[in-house]
Design a protein around this ligand. Structure first.
Ligand SMILES: *Cc1c(COP(=O)(O)O)cnc(C)c1O
Length: 356
């Protein structure tokens, strides 16, 4: 069976060594040795100023909304993983959907202005598949209207925008380290910000609001534990293999898939991390046909992202996002993970090309 992704499990012996040490110290969580080591290594690897590790990518979003005091309406993208919207709804914020650009599949800044009103507190935009939003334009609009800006950069491990980490943009960027992501800590995530004050507040708010002896802010529990951090340390040692095999597969798809297939248009300032291989087919009927043919060979691509988030059952207001709805109906992410063989990729390409 070939799924859209398969979790990369790093060297087991190395992980067990970490586990032995965790058992010996009996320090399992709460700012442990491995958490601190992983934070330091990620800071250097990614090139960011403040990174706060948390229990998962959804908690990273919740904590970011809290830290920036989001309220009432938040403008967001309908073309993302459901967590981008569900975290807003869970926090009693109202998502207002701004349709995406047809080529880049990221939030279209041209459509932003007419959605801003006195209740708007922030924009939450996703760098979809690791492809950057139109950062310059979105930044400018946020400054003009005094809005907070959060980037859901869950797909962006290692991505550079204008020669620095893409995670350095916006008031806050969040990332997910879930097992299905390029880099993972089993479950996990992080919050990145250039603002030391906000970073400091976040460090307290993920630990019940505890600041030494005092309780300064309303907090929650979003801490990453030592077993998660140890997994991250083992993964970091293998990034060269992970990145190079993903790149090989990505290029093989790109060179050999039929020219009738479209890809998202990559922002020219943005590097590729080869986390996903999305294809856009000509119609939903063709898309379903491709899924059906691949499944007969035990190959399972994913309709990622589907449905368009403005169509979620719990979104009550009627908000149309025609481009996002159209793309969602005919986009597929093809299998890509380090251990996928080029033989298998060849097989996938052959099946798809015979249909399109
Ligand atoms: C994976 C993902 C999340 C959620 O992260 P978890 O670590 O699974 O909670 C949020 N947003 C996007 C865009 C994602 O892909």
């Amino acid at each position: 069976m070939i799924n859209v992704t398969k979790t990369h499990t790093p060297n087991q012996k190395k992980y067990i060594k970490y586990v032995d040490k965790i058992f010996k110290s009996a320090w399992l969580t709460n700012n442990g040795t491995y958490l601190k080591e992983l934070e330091q290594r990620l800071k250097e690897y990614l090139g960011v100023k403040n990174i706060i590790l948390v229990s998962n990518g959804s908690m990273a979003l919740h904590v970011a909304y809290n830290a920036l005091k989001l309220k009432k309406e938040v403008i967001t993208t309908p073309f993302s993983f459901v967590a981008t919207t569900s975290t807003l709804v869970w926090d009693k914020l109202t998502p207002i959907f701004c349709d995406i650009d047809k080529k880049s599949l990221t939030l279209d800044p041209k459509k932003l202005k007419k959605l801003i009103n006195k209740n708007t507190s922030a924009i939450v935009a996703t760098h979809v598949y690791g492809n950057s939003c139109d950062i310059t334009k979105i930044d400018k609009i946020c400054k003009e209207h005094n809005l907070k800006l959060i980037y859901d950069a869950s797909h962006c491990f290692g991505v550079k925008y204008k020669h620095q980490s893409i995670l350095n943009y916006g008031d806050i960027s969040t990332i997910s380290f879930h097992a299905t992501k390029l880099f993972h800590t089993i479950e996990g995530g992080a919050i990145i910000t250039n603002d030391d004050k906000i970073a400091n507040k976040i460090r307290h708010s993920i630990n019940f609001g505890l600041d030494g002896q005092e309780i300064e802010v309303v907090g929650t529990n979003a801490k990453m534990n030592e077993f998660q951090a140890a997994m991250g340390l083992c993964m970091l040692d293998e990034m060269e293999y992970i990145n190079s095999s993903r790149e090989k597969i990505w290029n093989f798809y790109k060179q050999n898939l039929s020219k009738n297939i479209l890809f998202p248009k990559w922002n020219k300032n943005c590097s590729l991390n080869f986390a996903y291989f999305p294809i856009i087919l000509s119609s939903e009927a063709i898309t379903l046909k491709v899924i059906n043919s691949l499944s007969k060979h035990d190959i399972y691509p994913r309709r990622y992202f589907y449905p368009s988030l403005n169509k979620l059952k719990y979104i009550k207001t009627e908000q149309e996002c025609l481009i996002s709805e159209d793309i969602s109906s005919r986009v597929l992410c093809l299998p890509i993970y380090p251990d996928l063989s080029l033989e298998d990729v060849r097989k996938i390409i052959k099946i798809i090309n015979s249909i399109v």
